[in-house]
Design a protein around this ligand. Structure first.
Ligand code: SAH
Length: 507
């Protein structure tokens, strides 16, 4: 067994995109990840499928691991695995008990590496539109734990210094002691008018902020129900200025969007929606399965070069075709001089990733348009056209091509099935629907729409006040048949188009 290495990785403040490149790279190789409660679980999607994931400090868990139990776990996993990741919220070096865990590594003789992360205080300042330092008013910044209260027999904090401090104080873990912290700072002479800001869930879609003077900040937090995890900033720069508030100005901030593609599709779409500020809930209503071991697929893949045109109608079709070719020991050269058509830019992009350029992409990304526009470009009589697509794809494309005289082979290279979600995946979503907390449900295919409504009763959705968004005419038709009328349909029938449709809705 090769020697284990333990990586202490900063996960950032909870927004998955804020991990470092090095952190993400290590997660892709992890055999085991031991992570804290404030870490975004979306980061774990980046781990290999067989990676063991252990949460040691659940946010609401009744039995968080003690530090001693975490040490035992590290000892055990170091004996069993090669790459052990200790994933900690924010930066592992700040209030993360890093020293103790590294001392353990040294005792074990294990190799280790520390990967820094975006700490909560800098994320909070960035996303609140505040400054930790400012040439005019704050030339120093201090990170302080709020757990060390002055009633401790021997506090490690220098309260006199904090009261005198001319700069920004960032308190971590301070919410349960906030009133007491404020009181002692005032008693030690800090001005009651010093600005203060408390940022809850910094950088996340549910970020909330209270602004007040030092004197009133604790009661303001109670009034607004601001709770942990939160950063308390105290100092001259902790003042709200609307023009600096880029975060809550993002178009989808405050909106909750439920997406219903397969797991991989959801992951990609979730990233785009999050960038626009939305809270994204994922439900994988369908799962995708390659059909590479069929005679039809094997025969089609061995005759690509005999075709006039090979048509892809989804990025997945491209992916599975190339996986199929690779398993036959072949690559893109198998296409010979056959021309390649892609239904839209996402599919063409996927093709470009494997080094091939699409010869044709229609201007509208639906089957009918592909056939029409291809026929306008060249006569299709007796042309051999191979479609490599989903087993449940609609008939419009092959029908339209055949009407124009083409010899069409329609070969399923993958299929889509309704997923079988566990009750714990369904219940929280159903609860949020019933509580009218979901603004949008997005449908990127008719099969996803169908599968979704096999799990979620029509009535629940109708009564939830949520709006539906459809990727294109076929999906809209299916939604109508199911009894819904989508509030928007994507102008361009791609995932980007779906996002665009929602952004336009709020314009
Ligand atoms: N190592 C972490 C801090 C761990 S201590 C870091 O560098 O950020 C845990 C405290 O961090 C919480 O009590 C809270 O004060 C703060 N914190 C963590 N994530 C936060 C977030 N998203 N928003 C606001 N505060 C957060």
């Amino acid at each position: 067994m090769p020697k284990a290495k333990i990586y202490f990785v900063g996960a950032g403040p909870g927004e998955p995109a804020l991990i470092t490149l090095r952190g993400a790279q290590i997660l892709r190789q992890a055999d085991c990840v031991i992570y804290d409660g404030l870490v975004s679980e979306a980061l774990l999607d980046g781990c290999p499928a067989d990676c063991e994931k252990i949460c040691v400090r659940k946010r609401t868990g009744e039995h968080p691991f003690t530090q001693e139990q975490i040490h035992q776990l590290l000892i055990q996993k170091t004996a069993q695995c090669r790459t052990v990741v200790r994933l900690k919220g924010g930066d592992p070096n700040l209030f993360g008990r890093l020293a103790e865990e590294i001392q353990l590594c040294i005792r074990l003789g294990a190799d280790f590496e520390v990967v820094p992360g975006v700490t909560a205080a800098t994320a909070a300042a960035a996303c609140a539109g505040l400054f930790l330092t400012d040439r005019q008013s704050s030339s120093q910044v201090i990170f302080v734990t709020g757990q060390e209260t002055p009633d401790k027999a021997e506090t490690a904090l220098d309260w006199d210094l904090l009261a005198r401090f001319r700069g920004t104080i960032a308190f971590y873990m301070a919410m349960s002691n906030l009133a007491q912290i404020v009181q002692i700072l005032l008693e030690k002479g800090k001005s009651p008018q010093t600005p203060a800001a408390v940022i809850q869930n910094a950088a996340g879609p549910n970020q909330r902020i209270a602004y007040a003077s030092l004197e009133t900040i604790a009661s303001e937090c109670s009034r607004q129900g601001i709770e942990a995890p939160a950063i308390v900033l105290i100092g001259p720069t902790a003042v709200y200025r609307q023009e600096y508030d880029w975060f809550s100005r993002r178009p989808l901030f405050g909106k909750t969007i439920l997406i219903t593609r397969d797991e991989e599709g959801n992951r990609r779409l979730a990233g785009c929606l999050r960038q626009q500020g939305a809270e994204v809930l994922c439900f994988a209503s369908i799962s995708v399965h390659p059909l590479l071991n069929t005679d039809a697929a094997a025969s089609a893949l061995s005759r690509l070069r005999e075709m006039d045109w090979v048509v892809f109608t989804s990025p997945r079709g491209v992916r599975f075709t190339f996986e199929g070719l690779a398993s036959l020991g072949k690559d893109g050269r198998a296409f010979g001089n056959a021309k390649i058509a892609c239904i839209g830019p996402e599919t063409a992009r996927r093709l470009a990733e494997v080094g091939l350029r699409a010869d044709f992409v229609p201007t509208r990304f639906i089957g009918e348009a592909l056939a029409e526009e291809l026929a306008a470009r060249e006569p299709l009589e007796h042309k051999k056209i191979l479609l490599l697509r989903s087993a449940i794809a609609p008939d419009d494309l092959p029908c339209c091509l055949r009407q124009r005289g083409a010899c069409v082979e329609d070969v399923p290279i993958y299929t889509v099935k309704p997923a079988s979600p566990a009750p714990e995946q369904i219940q929280p979503l159903r609860r949020r629907l019933t509580q009218r907390q979901i603004d949008w449900i997005l449908f990127a295919s008719s099969s996803a729409a169908e599968a979704f409504f096999q799990t979620f009763p029509k009535e629940t959705v109708l009564q939830s006040g949520t709006r539906l968004a459809s990727i294109g005419p076929a999906t809209t038709r299916r939604l109508r048949q199911l009894g819904f009328s989508p509030a928007v349909e994507a102008p361009v029938h791609t995932a980007d188009g779906l996002l665009e449709a929602i952004l336009r809705y709020y314009d």
